[in-house]
Design a protein around this ligand. Structure first.
Ligand code: ACO
Length: 430
């Protein structure tokens, strides 16, 4: 039975429909609120605003649940491959063996970037942050592969752009790393899987040929899967907002990459690792660090802690913490930064400030420790996040366009500036 919610204001009342999701999440549909009442809603940072209905990812932040198309993240991270997960997110169902074979084949066929794009890449300053390189190069894809007009895009064109982005972003990321260390690019290979190919492009060199490490390949696969989607987060909402103006997929995703870069979002993984290094360098105790994080006069934040939606342990952080333990014990890796992280977590989880605010480790707290163990440098951490998030961004862009009845994203505001006034110059003009 359909439900309504009543809004009362100045002696009048109006009913608005309540929309119910498949997991019994409820929201008041206020699309007609302004037309009927003259009021708008005000929600700083969209803390309580549902911007869309979506069938891609479900999160229950209180229970620490994350599912892609109904499949729990823990199962996918353990049993699926990243290309399989990408297919699931974008097309809604797991691929058959034949669909997966074709998808993989297309990833391989689209892994190269146009040689002319290398002029851009080589012309960027050696100190350029890899996220700046990635966003510029992804936007530039629209110039080199321009069959993108949204208005007349058919399914085959979309499929082509999707595999192209998922595959090329990995090549661009590895090339930007090789550029930063002054080594020649290593081209993608048709005989390697998605993750092995990336690690080969990153670490193969004349001096030291890369030899595949199955555990690191498995860890990278899980890392990419846990990052693959997270419903209407800052970067995905950005992709949707930009895409809602009918901007092409490359431009929309370029905007998403820029949104991800910020230290409150995907950039937190680099910040979290820098924080751990700073703690080690300065010899701070875990107690001192927790005190700094709680001090409102101190700008220091414990990056990798806290989340807008999770008010319990982030399930992605759980997967990664287990993976860290397995990788470190199997390979007998000693990293003092891991010990600092574990000590900080233990202390924070017992601390009144963190308990009251329900601040738990998020996905960015342990991911950096794993990347570091694989030899991936700190300034590449957020790029790794972007490679993982690519299928999620694409899936949301597709869902928004497939739905029909697309409305351009355009929030309202409550204006607080001066009321009308006449123009009088401040000073006599010469
Ligand atoms: N360290 C110390 N205090 C924190 C932290 C933290 N990491 N996170 C939140 N708080 C405090 C805030 O100061 C605030 O305290 P107050 O109520 O006394 O003012 C309270 O907890 C609530 O935090 P908000 O920032 O209001 O929560 P919001 O939902 O707006 O922000 C966010 C969530 C941005 C993730 C925040 O927790 C944060 O800044 N964390 C650190 C950065 C980080 O790890 N980001 C990655 C998130 S996961 C991702 O995007 C992939």
């Amino acid at each position: 039975m359909s439900e309504n919610a009543e809004i009362r204001y100045q002696g009048q009342s109006w009913e608005f429909p309540v929309v119910v999701g498949t997991e019994n999440e409820k929201g008041i549909d206020i699309q007609k609120l302004r037309d009927r009442t003259g009021l708008v809603t005000l929600d700083n940072g969209y803390q309580n605003t549902g911007s869309t209905k979506s069938a891609i990812t479900f999160i229950d932040g209180d229970k620490g649940i994350l599912r892609y198309r109904g499949y729990p993240i823990e199962e996918l991270a353990q049993k699926a491959t990243f290309p399989e997960t990408a297919y699931l997110l974008i097309y809604g169902e797991l691929p058959t063996a034949e669909q997966l074979r074709i998808f993989r084949q297309r990833l391989t066929e689209n892994s190269m970037i146009h040689e002319d794009m290398l002029h851009f890449l080589t012309g960027m300053p050696p100190s350029a942050h890899p996220m700046g390189i990635l966003s510029s190069m992804v936007n530039a894809l629209a110039l080199f592969y321009p069959r993108f007009y949204v208005e007349d895009m058919d399914a085959a064109t979309f499929d082509q752009m999707a595999v192209s982005l998922i595959s090329k972003v990995r090549t661009i990321a590895a090339f930007s790393y090789k550029k930063s260390i002054g080594e020649p690019f290593v081209y993608p290979r048709a005989d390697k899987t998605y993750c092995a190919n990336f690690l080969n492009m990153m670490f193969d060199s004349h001096a030291k040929p890369y030899s595949e490490d199955p555990l690191f390949i498995e860890a990278l696969n899980a890392l990419l899967i846990v990052h693959a989607d997270h419903e209407q987060n800052c970067s995905t909402s950005t992709v949707r907002l930009v895409g809602s103006s009918y901007a092409n997929l490359y431009a929309s995703i370029c905007a998403g990459i820029c949104a991800l870069w910020g230290p409150l979002h995907g950039g937190a993984n680099q910040k979290a690792m820098e924080t751990l290094s700073m703690i080690q360098k300065n010899g701070w105790t875990a107690e001192q660090v927790i005190a700094k994080a709680k001090d409102k006069k101190d700008l220091f934040l414990l990056h990798g802690f806290g989340h807008r939606v999770y008010k319990s342990y982030d399930p992605r952080a759980k997967v990664l913490k287990n993976l860290v333990e397995r990788v470190f014990s199997t390979k007998n890796i000693q990293d003092p930064l891991l010990n600092i992280a574990l000590e900080l977590e233990q202390l924070a989880l017992k601390d009144e400030y963190f308990i009251e605010r329900k601040l738990y480790p998020n996905v960015d707290f342990y991911s950096g420790i794993l990347y570091r163990a694989m030899g991936i440098p700190e300034d590449m951490f957020t790029v790794m996040f972007a490679i993982g998030r690519m299928p999620g961004w694409i899936a949301h862009w597709k869902e928004m366009h497939d739905e029909g009845n697309l409305k351009i994203g355009r929030p309202r505001q409550i204006y607080t500036g001066p009321t009308v006034r006449s123009f009088v110059p401040k000073e006599e003009r010469v």
